[in-house]
Every structure is written in C-alpha cells, then in structure tokens.
Design a protein around this ligand. Structure first.
Ligand SMILES: [Mg+2]
Length: 263
C-alpha cells in the first residue's frame, strides 16, 4: 500500500457515527494485515520467474499488473472457494494459470503448480505485517471496553498463523472462519455467529472490512453495523453512497475509534 493521503471519508461524521456499538468484528486481509504487500512478494517469487522463462521480465510494472489481476479475481475463483464450490488448491491453481496464460505462458501441471505454490506460500508468509496503526488502535478499542474478534473468509490454520506473524494473535481472537459454516461472507450466518461469540446482539456489533459488498453491506444485511475500511491509496472501490448502502466508511482503525466515540 502506498503512502497516498486518504481521501476524505464520504458522508458527514455525525451520519457515520456508530452509537450503541459495543463490539467490533474485523476482517483480516487488507484490514488488519497488509495482504497486498504480501501478495506482491508472493507473486514476485512464484509467478514472475515462470514468466521470465517465457520472455517476461521482473519489473515494477509487471508486478503491479499481476497484483491488479490477482486482486480482481475476474474468474471468480476465490469467491467460488468461499462459497464452498472449490477447494483452496483448485481455485489457486486456476488463478496461477490465468496469470500465466494471459501473458503468453501455459497452464501448469499439478506438479508444477505444487512447486510454484510452495514458493508462493513461503514468500507470502514471510511478508505478513499489520498495518502500522492496527496494534495501537486495537489496544485503544479494548481499553474503551469494545469487544473484539476476527471474522474471515479464509481458513483457520492460515489465519491463525497470519495473525501470529503480524503480532496480533493476542490482540484479536479469531472467531469465525470459512470452516465454521462451509461458506464465507456475505452469508449472514457468518456475521451473526461472530456477534453471538462476542456475547452481543447483531445491532450492537460493527463489522469492519475492506470490501464494501461482502463486508460492510453483508454485515448490514445480517443486522450488524457495516463499516467499509477504505485505506489511503485503495482505488478498488468508489466512495460509498451511504444513503443507499447504509454502511459507514473509515480510512483506518484510528478513524474507526472516532466513529465509535472511543478516540
Ligand atoms: Mg479483506
């Protein structure tokens, strides 16, 4: 993530306030952990060398291009995994192939995929970092009496390792994963289970995530309060239309503290 100054959050601050919220459920990837930087490291280590063999080159532009396509997941493979329609390995193999074939390469055999994925995983895990404000913001939320938990569409083992590597294992308990119901957000059960595990009613809980549709709007549809975390430099989604969406927007977790009146 670059150091671009954040755009002002949409809507007036009063309209965005989260009065009556006593618990916060947090998405992990791109919300607590700078997964984008980790993906750049992983794609650079695993995919770029395969493209070099076919006349590619390791340049910033290529990595940026790979990251954009990876994040967009135009084929909907990751979404298929979170809907229980594919295994994790199946969706990732399809996504590797898409990156390679679209740049003149060829699809990988299972053995080639396994080798590339081992490299990907090693580089990905070595690059997991919390966003800079996250540890302090979580400590302040907890000091303000806000109950905290993580709710993710990824698998438990992966996310436990990731939170530990980012130094967040003690700061935020992992409550709900894709294994809990066999499907992920925006299935309303996922959000409601997180609230239940916090010991709160859905309307007392805010869900904070970087994807407005599956995170913020999904939470609102499940009866929680939704917050789209739109960090500086994140151009994936247009500014929200709160009158239409019913979710709030924050630029980082310190901004969330203000919304909660806990700053
Ligand atoms: Mg996320």
């Amino acid at each position: 993530m670059t150091t671009v100054q954040p755009e002002p959050p949409c809507g007036d601050r009063a309209g965005r306030s989260l009065v009556g919220v006593h618990g916060v459920l947090l998405d992990i990837d791109h919300t607590l952990v700078d997964t984008e930087a980790a993906f750049v490291a992983a794609l650079g280590a695993s995919i770029v060398p395969l493209l070099d063999d076919r006349g590619g080159s390791e340049s910033g532009a290529l990595l940026e291009d790979l990251l954009a396509q990876w994040s967009a997941d135009r084929g909907g493979w990751y979404r298929a995994y979170t809907c229980g329609e594919m295994t994790h390995a199946q969706q990732r193999h399809r996504r590797f192939d898409e990156l390679l074939v679209d740049r003149g390469g060829r699809a990988l055999t299972t053995a080639e995929y396994d080798r590339a994925n081992t490299v990907f995983e090693r580089a990905f895990a070595a690059a997991w970092r919390a966003f800079p404000e996250v540890p302090d913001a979580l400590a302040r939320l907890r000091s303000a009496g806000i109950r905290l938990g993580a709710v993710t569409n990824a698998g438990r083992a992966l996310q436990e390792t990731k939170l530990a590597a980012a130094g967040l294992a003690d700061a935020v308990p992992l409550l709900v994963t894709v294994e809990t119901f066999g499907v992920g957000k925006p299935d309303p059960r996922v959000f409601r289970e997180g609230a239940r595990l916090l010991g709160l009613a859905p309307e007392e809980v805010a869900y904070v995530g970087d994807e407005p549709d599956i995170d913020a709007d999904g939470a609102v549809a499940a009866g929680l309060r939704g917050v789209h975390l739109r960090r500086a430099g994140d151009r994936r989604f247009a500014p929200c239309d709160q009158a239409r969406s019913g979710h709030a927007e924050a630029v980082d977790l310190l901004d969330l503290l203000e919304l909660l009146g806990a700053a």
